[in-house]
Write a protein that binds this ligand. Sequence first.
Ligand code: ADP
Length: 257
Amino acid sequence: KIKNRYVQLVFASDINEKVLLLRDLTQIKKYENLKKDFIANVSHELKTPVATLKVLMETLEDECDENETAKEFIKKAQDRIKYMEQLIQDLITLTMLETSKGILFENKSINLSNLLSRIVEETSVIAKRKNVTVVLDVPEKLEVKGDERLFYFIFKNLIDNAIKYNHEGGKVEIKYSTLPKEQVISVCDTGPGIPKSHLPFIFERFYRVDKSRSRKLGGTGLGLSIVKLAVEKLNGKVDVESEVGKGTCFKVYLPYT
Ligand code: ADP
């Protein structure tokens, strides 16, 4: 008789008693959805003014070729605008994955090696800047099934991070392996690693190990929560292994198609 209601059954027991708890979470869910809609709406509303600011700053930049102070301030403003653009985009992606409202995720065959090559190409500018070598070692015709956008969110964020948090002259390796029930794509880097005490929290929204470093590198703190949600949408899971001073490995486990 629990129609259109969101309920949770909790079972607890000790030596003497057994308790079955029925919790009605309908109202809580309703507020949660209102909150997510609100974030999605605000993010969409912010897109236009930020795009306008970007154009204005570009125009201003062209106008002040001799004024060093103005140039420096414009550069700072442009960095902030870039950060805002990324934050808005990440918030839109996150709410899209959380609510899946009006979104139809496809279940198509995708050549993952092609997609990974594209991402490596897209990230090559920052890799070159840091002199980081990216090695893509996956089968040429690696077919997976799902929505291409989900795979893109996962590997764009992981590869971006592996380069961003790496040392100068470091290495990133993207590898493929198989297990009896799953296939594994790992993204490993030779960066500073993540201390053990932080590992349980890094997939949480806005969690950063080093806040100021992440900000400086243009991070929004939302990348890994996007990765986790996208992997779950594909019925997979994501795991991390890290050693301070040696590097970090993110492993994405995906079911066979
Ligand atoms: P951000 O936008 O800050 O990079 P993420 O959600 O992508 O946010 O990552 C959360 C935090 O986890 C980062 O701020 C960083 O401290 C840490 N982190 C993520 N990937 C790596 C990595 N490959 N090596 C070291 N630290 C990492």
